[in-house]
Design a protein around this ligand. Structure first.
Ligand code: GLU
Length: 460
């Protein structure tokens, strides 16, 4: 009897038991972090066939190790507004995984940013960055600072205070931040300027998304949106479909959304709706993306001002109603969990054919289930929106060479990266028994790339 018990105890756990046990540990260790747990489970739930084929990942504890950040930094950011009032925000940087290269990922300035959101974004970034095939690890950061309504000087002072602490933790070979929601070229300029001053060195490669006139890469601003459309075009092609002649909804009106709209229109689609945090606009004749660009990039205005220039368009206050507009292709490019059950059901009822996630985790678990159960083609974020960070990695290369590629060169490389990611996801899904499932393909291909490199580096 004793021998039997011992053999039970020492028996290798099955892949299923192993994933369940690590999932429980991750839940216990990260209470009150729903976004991080959602992102972790999304990856875990694809991995059973991988652990069945690779018992060495279980033996080396890869899943448990990959779910724990190498380092998590939270810090106080004190700054003064124009009226002389003192404010305190919380800054973050999660350095999740540096197996494939320096930590790499954006900074988000948004009042809803928490440790959980930073960790979900950082965790996603590990696998997304691995999928690009470029030498970058995974990280993310930001602050619960609300840039809305702040003057240029206030933004500058906030960025300087934020970077005074962050500069201790980053470097071109250590950790390379970039933008995300609330952090664009202007903020990156202030952050880079402060870093340069503190280090007394011009280390261009410490930041990506810089102004192309001043060390940045051409096409970086467009890359996430263009890349999403390139990826979705590959997915559509696989089914004999295309953007040509289709009706498209693109939520959001930031960098990702604007350039997804621009590329979809170039590919022959009519984009009928987009949104911001205060509502959505619907223009049945097709959104004029140049008006959106001017409103958002130059004038920093709200999306409803679009109606002043295009009186036939309509405005809706509830931004989640955007998914009730009939369309062939939906590209959620605003933020996490922007499509839930209701949105997914409306999209299915209206006959949507394809979803491309331009934002990070824009579809919640239930939405993904509804959409995929109804055979809607689904391009998951970590594959579909990897174009932004891919061009960031190209910016790092150009900075190292002290040389710039032309727009055409960068765009062509971006297009090729997105095609490669699509092919890798499709082939991996097929190989692991989930043909056509890009969610499984992206999770497994991203995970395997990091896991194999972690095995080579030994226990750490
Ligand atoms: N924030 C972007 C993302 O979610 C880009 C990160 C980067 O360029 O480092 O992938």
């Amino acid at each position: 009897m004793k021998a039997v018990n011992e053999s039970i105890q020492t028996k290798e756990p099955s892949a299923h038991e192993y994933i369940k046990a690590v999932h429980k540990k991750v839940r216990d260790r990260n209470p009150g972090e729903p976004e991080f747990l959602q992102a972790a489970w999304e990856v875990f739930s694809s991995l059973q066939p991988v652990f069945e084929q690779h018992p060495e990942y279980v033996e080396e504890g890869i899943l448990e190790r990959i779910s724990e950040p190498e380092r998590f930094i939270a810090f106080r950011v004190t700054w003064e507004d124009d009226a002389g009032n003192v404010h305190v925000n919380r800054g973050y940087r999660v350095q999740f995984n540096s197996t494939l290269g320096p930590f790499k990922g954006g900074l988000r300035f948004h009042p809803t940013l928490t440790g959980s959101v930073v960790k979900f974004l950082g965790f996603e970034q590990i696998f997304k960055n691995a999928l690009t095939g470029l030498p970058i690890g995974g990280g993310k950061g930001g602050a619960d600072f609300d840039p809305k309504g702040r003057s240029d000087r206030e933004i500058m002072r906030f960025c300087q205070s934020f970077m005074t602490e962050l500069s201790r933790h980053i470097g071109p070979d250590i950790d390379v931040p970039a933008g995300d929601i609330g952090v664009g070229k202007r903020e990156i300029g202030y952050l880079f300027g402060q870093y340069k001053r503190i280090r007394n060195a011009f280390e261009a490669g410490v930041f990506t998304g810089k102004n192309p006139d001043n060390g940045g890469s051409l096409i970086r601003k467009e890359a996430t949106g263009y890349g999403t459309v390139y990826f979705v075009e590959e997915m559509l092609k696989g089914e004999g479909l295309s953007f040509e002649g289709s009706r498209v909804i693109v939520s959001g009106s930031g960098n990702v959304s604007i350039y997804a709209m621009e590329k979809a229109i170039e590919f022959g689609a009519t984009v009928v709706a987009c949104s911001d945090s205060e509502g959505y606009i619907y223009d049945p004749e097709g959104i004029d993306v140049n008006t959106v660009k001017r409103l958002k990039e130059v004038e920093r205005k709200r999306i409803y001002h679009y109606l002043e220039h295009h009186p036939k368009a309509r405005f809706g206050k509830d931004k989640s109603d955007i998914w009730k507009i009939p369309c062939d292709i939906a590209l959620p490019c605003a933020t996490q969990n922007e499509i839930g059950r209701e949105g997914a059901e409306a999209l299915v009822d209206n006959g949507v054919k394809a979803i491309g996630e331009g934002a990070n985790m824009p579809c919640d678990e239930e939405a993904v289930r509804i959409l995929t159960n109804n055979h809607v083609l689904f391009a998951p974020a970590k594959a579909a929106n990897a174009g932004g960070v891919a061009v960031s990695a190209m910016e790092m290369s150009q900075n190292s060479m002290r040389y710039s590629w032309t727009s055409e060169e960068v765009d062509e490389k971006l297009h090729q990266v997105m095609k490669n990611i699509y092919r890798n996801c499709i082939e991996t899904a097929e190989k692991y028994g989930a043909p056509g499932n890009l969610i499984a393909g992206a999770n497994i291909a991203g995970f395997k790339k990091v896991a194999d490199a972690m095995l080579e580096h030994g226990l750490n």
